[in-house]
Design a protein around this ligand. Structure first.
Ligand code: ADP
Ligand code: MG
Length: 251
């Protein structure tokens, strides 16, 4: 079976600091692979190298067997690499529905300038509505993004990412800043999405990680110190050691 996403030996230095030190991992079809690790471990640096915002000093990124190490961010998106942002990338003055419609249209290679013409296209709206159906945002379809809560924006980001029909999704802390009920809602959504879209999930919320992940990698000081099933990771002495002082997080 070919990995949907394969990272091989990624190295990235900032001056004297090696933020990712020969990191390798795969995301297989059907997998939700969680990447955990203390603050400063190099998780965001790794995600940024995968999505093309940061050049690695060594190593390779492959998407469905194809080397994309030298590809630009838009090229990677077009090839099926999806992501959500820690800082929201939504269009503030547009409605929930229009944000999703824009992403559907963008997938078809239309440019922003064609939006006026696209707005009349029933297929774009039909697809946007299908993505919204059954979600907590459905009754909020006509609300402009500026008026959404933080949690609603996070949910919308996920729908916008899905509108591009990614082959794999990179999620950098999708639970960040969410309240308990919103987190539960997001976990439910991600579990559902994970049935069709494999993911690499960077997350601090251990409840979410252990509820969702099929496999977990633990990054500490730029290195993967353990990789395995959620149960194996929870009971790994080296992992517990790395989280010392925050042991209850893994309880
Ligand atoms: P995490 O996401 O796991 O908290 P980061 O990837 O943000 O960790 O950071 C890993 C290490 O690299 C940290 O020590 C951080 O200070 C450093 N770092 C991250 N980005 C930069 C940068 N642009 N310039 C210099 N150092 C950086
Ligand atoms: Mg980070």
């Amino acid at each position: 079976m070919t990995a949907v996403l394969e990272i091989a030996g990624l190295v990235r230095r900032f001056g004297g600091l090696t933020a990712t030190d020969n990191v390798s991992l795969t995301v297989m079809p059907g997998e939700i692979h969680a990447l955990i690790g203390p603050n400063g471990a190099g998780k965001s640096t790794l995600i940024n190298q995968i999505c093309g915002e940061l050049r690695p000093d060594a190593g390779a990124v492959r998407l469905m067997g194809r080397d994309i190490t030298a590809a630009t961010v838009p090229e990677r998106v077009a090839l099926g690499l999806g992501r959500t942002f820690q800082v929201t990338s939504l269009l503030d003055e547009m409605t929930v529905r229009a944000n999703i419609g824009m992403a559907v249209a963008a997938r078809e290679g239309r440019t922003f300038r064609l939006w006026d013409r696209l707005a009349g296209r029933a297929s774009v709206w039909a697809e946007a509505d299908a993505l919204l159906r059954g979600t907590a945002l459905e009754p909020r379809a006509a609300v402009v993004v500026r008026d959404l809560s933080h949690g609603e924006k996070k949910q919308l980001e996920l729908l916008v990412a899905l509108a591009r029909r990614p082959a794999v999704l990179l999620l950098d802390e999708p639970m960040a800043g969410l309240g308990h009920a919103e987190s539960q809602e997001m976990i439910g959504r991600l579990a559902e999405v994970g049935r069709t879209t494999p993911m690499l999930l960077v997350e601090h919320d251990m409840d979410a990680v252990f509820a969702l992940a099929t496999r977990v990698s633990v990054l500490v000081y730029g290195r993967i110190i353990a990789q395995g099933s959620p149960d194996a990771i929870r009971n790994d002495p080296a992992v517990r050691e790395a989280y010392l002082g925050a042991e209850d997080e893994l309880a």
